[in-house]
Design a protein around this ligand. Structure first.
Ligand code: SF4
Length: 235
């Protein structure tokens, strides 16, 4: 796990960063952190935006894929299309195979202890993946759910020992689609089948237009987040 570290003062204030466009946030973060900056991708629509945007600006940023081994086939196909179009090289932290997890933790951990399953398959791999970096870009948006309503474009994470860079924090779902369509970017076709938010197969269902965008994740439970964007340290 990343331990809390003292980091030097940044060249911009929170208010200045909040006033920046997504492209400006990415460009500033690259200037500030250079090769110590990475992007995490789960191949939803926000991943499509971010990989296109860094390519357009011409930033050479590492891409970390958090593959739980439980993605939909369409998600893996989307990854391949984006890798091919943008020439991406992915950094993929190791994770237990599903068979190993069944053996160690019992079958279908996502049903019995979903928080623990997310911890093993998402949080721990991310903690390891972020060790070499000082800043981590993700595609979270305030509008996605109440649990993300206060997300800022830049936050400090003591849990991971990095700056969290969230260039799309103030984007709406419509903004995302407008950007994808106007730039003809490959995107996950499950979005066209009603999946407004896409995670692992066992924990994702389509979302109705009148529901919150992430209502199809862990539906029927009070779980809202996989835990990677939460500043807690237990599982
Ligand atoms: Fe496990 Fe579901 Fe979390 Fe995926 S989303 S890691 S299957 S609990």
């Amino acid at each position: 796990m990343g331990s809390p570290v003292l980091s030097p003062p940044l060249s911009r204030t929170d208010a200045q960063i909040e006033a920046m466009s997504a492209e400006e946030v990415l460009s500033w973060a690259y200037e500030e952190f250079g090769e110590s900056l990475c992007i995490s991708c789960s191949w939803q629509k926000q991943s499509s935006v971010l990989v296109h945007m860094v390519s357009e600006i011409g930033l050479d940023v590492d891409i970390v894929e958090l593959d739980t081994h439980l993605f939909f086939k369409e998600t893996y196909e989307t990854r391949e299309r984006l890798v091919e179009r943008y020439g991406l090289t992915l950094i993929v932290p190791e994770v237990l195979t599903i068979a190993e997890q069944h053996k160690v933790e019992g079958p279908n951990l996502w049903e019995s202890k979903p928080d623990h399953c997310c911890h093993i398959r998402k949080v721990e791999p991310l903690i390891r993946a972020l060790e070499p970096y000082h800043a981590w870009v993700s595609g979270i948006r305030r509008e996605q759910s109440p649990s993300r309503a206060n997300a800022k474009k830049l936050e400090r994470s003591d849990r991971y020992g990095v700056w969290k860079v969230q260039p799309l924090a103030d984007w709406t779902e419509k903004d995302v689609w407008r950007y994808i369509m106007s730039n003809e970017i490959p995107y996950n076709p499950l979005h066209d089948a009603g999946y407004r938010s896409i995670g692992c197969m066992p924990c994702t269902r389509p979302t109705r237009p009148d529901e919150e965008e992430r209502a199809g994740r862990w539906a029927g439970s009070d779980k809202l987040e996989c835990g990677i964007h939460v500043e807690k340290t237990d599982s």
